[in-house]
Design a protein around this ligand. Structure first.
Ligand code: CU
Length: 157
C-alpha cells in the first residue's frame, strides 16, 4: 500500500525544506524573492532597493520592514502624484496577495536605504534582511547597478 505513506511524505516536504538563497532567488515559506538590486551611490547618501516578491501560497503576506548593515535605516516607500510631480511616501507595509507577484521598481513601490555607511559600487552586493508577517525573515543580496539604472542588469553566472 504505497498511497498513504507517499501522500504523507508529500504533505510534510514543504515544511522541511531549508530556506535556499541564491544570487537570483531567495525563498521563505510560500514566498520567492527575485532579482534584488540597487544603484551605485555615495557614502552618507540614500539608495533605492528593488526586487520582485512572488507569493505562491494561498494566504496573503506583507513585507513589514527591511534592514541592512550598509544603511542607518531602511524604509518602505510608494510614489504618489502631487499635482505635476511624483513624490515618495513611506508606507507601513507592502501587501503581497496570494498567488501574485509584487515588483518594487524605480517610480513605484521601493525600499530606501537611508544613511549609507559605505559607498555602493557597481558590481558589488548589499545584504538586506526582509521581514514578512507570515514568512518571517528573508536574506537577500542587492546587486549594485550603475547610478541611474532603471532596470536590473541581465544576470550572469
Ligand atoms: Cu523612497
Amino acid at each position: 500500500m504505497l498511497r498513504r505513506p507517499l501522500f504523507a511524505l508529500i504533505a510534510v516536504l514543504p515544511a522541511t525544506l531549508p530556506a535556499v538563497a541564491t544570487a537570483q532567488e531567495a525563498r521563505a515559506g510560500d514566498l520567492a524573492v527575485q532579482q534584488p538590486w540597487t544603484r551605485a551611490a555615495g557614502q552618507g547618501a540614500t539608495g533605492g532597493g528593488f526586487l520582485s516578491i512572488s507569493n505562491r501560497g494561498a494566504a496573503a503576506d506583507r513585507l513589514l520592514s527591511a534592514s541592512s548593515p550598509a544603511a542607518r535605516a531602511m524604509e518602505l516607500h510608494t510614489m504618489v502624484r502631487d499635482g505635476d510631480v511624483m513624490r515618495m511616501r513611506p508606507v507601513e507595509a507592502i501587501e503581497v496577495p496570494a498567488g501574485q507577484t509584487v515588483t518594487l521598481r524605480p517610480g513605484g513601490l521601493h525600499m530606501m536605504l537611508i544613511g549609507l555607511s559605505q559607498p555602493l559600487r557597481q558590481g558589488e552586493t548589499v545584504p538586506v534582511t526582509l521581514r514578512f508577517e507570515r514568512a518571517g525573515e528573508v536574506r537577500v543580496d542587492l546587486s549594485v547597478q550603475a547610478a541611474g539604472a532603471r532596470e536590473p542588469a541581465p544576470h550572469r553566472h
